[in-house]
Design a protein around this ligand. Structure first.
Ligand SMILES: Nc1ncnc2c1ncn2[C@@H]1O[C@H](COP(=O)(O)OP(=O)(O)OP(=O)(O)O)[C@@H](O)[C@H]1O
Ligand SMILES: [Mg+2]
Length: 496
């Protein structure tokens, strides 16, 4: 009888009267807020599915693509009671049909879903903020416990996805753990302890006034397990991984935006840092070019193919990330938005890195991933063949121990050799030993062993290299000037 407009106004009026006299207040948490997905909605869903007694309610079950776990959710228009700090609240899941759209920038789901939270007015100030924070925290915890870690990437080159996020995510299920990682057990334990201390270090970091973050630099030849180490770290701590593709980031401000959109309890990874950032401005301006640097210059020029002298042209490829921008990202003020962050850089050539990156305090721990040595070999034999030392002939084992370092095989090479013959374990051992021996002999003959000329072991050589790289920075008297020039470049790009 009434026209719909009138009926609507009437209802609204009643609602308002009702609310004025009601002793409750209501909060709507809709699934999609404007154009963004509301993270709180997902968090509430996860939280309610786990921590509230669900007896007597009708539940909907969901399983995300590729996820291993099932979440229980409230069915449509069902409600549930929760208590927090002695205060009782009511959650209602509200689902309504969305009016069909004639035009939209992006299609929205047909149903409009949301939670309504009902709190007594007198409790509102008491719990609202802490309660919601608590829910977010719990939801993250639940997600981590479900082993649903995510791997984020920015490979879309700065464009935003349908939810307005610069990061794209996929479920992360790398099976690598510290147990399967082949490296010196003592070093491994050191890293695990360091990670543990970090994850439990909230009080320490607060007390000492340090930002709650830590940086690791992984270096070593290809196939020695740098990426596997990152996966192991994520699995150990239950953190998400943000794989930052620097070549897809076009400016320092874009870098900052990406950083701001990362969550706490995450590992931010930049792989092959020596290849992915163009620091040639810095090189060109440096009057004090060390031999290492000119080598690097030559490499990058060769790499760019044309050799058209483009190495000095800032922004020649539209990429104007600078080293100082990157350092701001890792340890400037901006690195502290959010907490509990781990930065991991990897490189195959530590000697190519800018000394500013190696300076103490920048990356907290430098981890050398070495060629396969005897302790790592033992781990790989156990992993791939199920053999402990007691299962292998003592003489063979001794021989392996003698040649393994000289052979300079990477753990990837060794795993490959073991996988090939995993049906015939004896053959696998035999062939591996042959392989180790022949490579070792070849290396000795070619004088290729880096420790070959002096008495230095491989590790000592690499440590030496690293030290030299850091020292060369201290000699660099132009350093301050360069920093200023870098800042100038940033200003220029901003004006652009
Ligand atoms: N230390 C290791 N322990 C166990 N497996 C390893 C180890 N190193 C390498 N592998 C095996 O070799 C493969 C390649 O290793 P990974 O990708 O981690 O090497 P990387 O150091 O990251 O190489 P790159 O420098 O080319 O990125 C892995 O799939 C893994 O199975
Ligand atoms: Mg790798």
């Amino acid at each position: 009888i009434f026209p719909p407009e009138l009926r609507f106004a009437f209802l609204k009026f009643f609602n308002r009267i009702f609310h004025v006299f009601s002793s409750y207040c209501y909060f709507d948490i809709t699934e999609i807020d404007g154009v963004n997905t509301n993270e709180l909605y997902n968090a509430v869903q996860l939280y309610l599915s786990s921590s509230v007694s669900i007896a007597g309610n009708r539940l909907s079950l969901t399983r995300a693509v590729n996820s291993s776990s099932i979440t229980f959710g409230l069915s449509n228009n069902d409600s549930i009671v929760d208590t927090f700090n002695g205060v009782t609240v009511l959650w209602e899941h509200v689902v309504t049909q969305r009016q069909t759209q004639t035009f939209a920038w992006r299609p929205l789901p047909e149903e409009k879903r949301g939670f309504t939270l009902r709190i007594k007015k007198k409790d509102k100030t008491l719990i609202l903020n802490t309660y919601l924070d608590y829910i977010m925290e719990r939801a993250n915890e639940i997600r981590r416990k479900n082993q649903d870690r995510l791997l984020y990437t920015n490979s879309r080159g700065g464009s935003l996805d349908s939810r307005g996020h610069p990061w794209e995510s996929v479920p992360f299920k790398h099976p690598s753990t510290f147990e399967t990682l082949a490296m010196d057990p003592r070093k491994k334990q050191q890293i695990m302890d360091d990670l543990k201390d970090f994850a439990e270090g909230q009080v320490f970091y607060q007390k000492t006034g340090r930002a709650w973050k830590r940086g690791y630099l992984l270096y070593g030849p290809p196939g020695t397990g740098k990426s596997s180490m990152i996966a192991a770290m994520a699995n150990y701590l239950g953190y998400d991984i943000y794989d930052l593709e620097l070549t897809e980031v076009h400016s320092n401000s874009e870098l900052r935006k990406l950083l701001m959109k990362t969550s706490s309890k995450s590992i931010i990874v930049i792989e092959d840092i020596d290849c992915s950032i163009n620091l040639t401005n810095r090189k060109k301006n440096s009057s004090n070019v060390s031999s290492q640097r000119s080598y690097y210059d030559a490499e990058t020029r060769n790499g760019s193919g044309s050799g058209s002298g483009g190495s000095g042209e800032e922004g020649g490829n539209g990429n104007t990330i600078t080293l100082s921008g990157l350092l701001n990202f890792t340890d400037g003020l901006w690195s502290c938005c959010g907490s509990e962050r781990i930065f991991v850089f990897t490189t195959n050539h530590i000697e190519k890195l800018d000394p500013a990156l190696l300076r103490s305090g920048r990356m907290d721990m430098h981890i050398y991933m070495s060629f396969c040595n005897f302790p790592s070999l033992k781990i790989l034999l156990k992993n791939y063949l199920g053999y402990g030392v007691e299962d292998i002939n003592g003489d063979v084992l001794k021989e392996m121990e003698m040649v393994v370092e000289k052979a300079e095989m990477t753990p990837a090479d060794v795993s490959e050799a073991l996988i090939k013959n995993r049906r015939d374990k004896e053959k696998a051992i035999r062939e591996l030993l042959e392989d180790l021996k022949s490579r070792g002999e070849r290396n000795v003959k070619d004088g290729k062993l880096r420790g070959g000329s002096g008495n230095l072991t491989e590790l000592e050589v690499v440590e030496e290299q690293e030290k030299r790289a850091i020292d060369s920075q201290n000699e660099d008297e132009d350093h301050d000037e360069e920093e200023i020039e870098l800042e100038d470049n940033i200003c220029k790009t901003r004006e652009d």
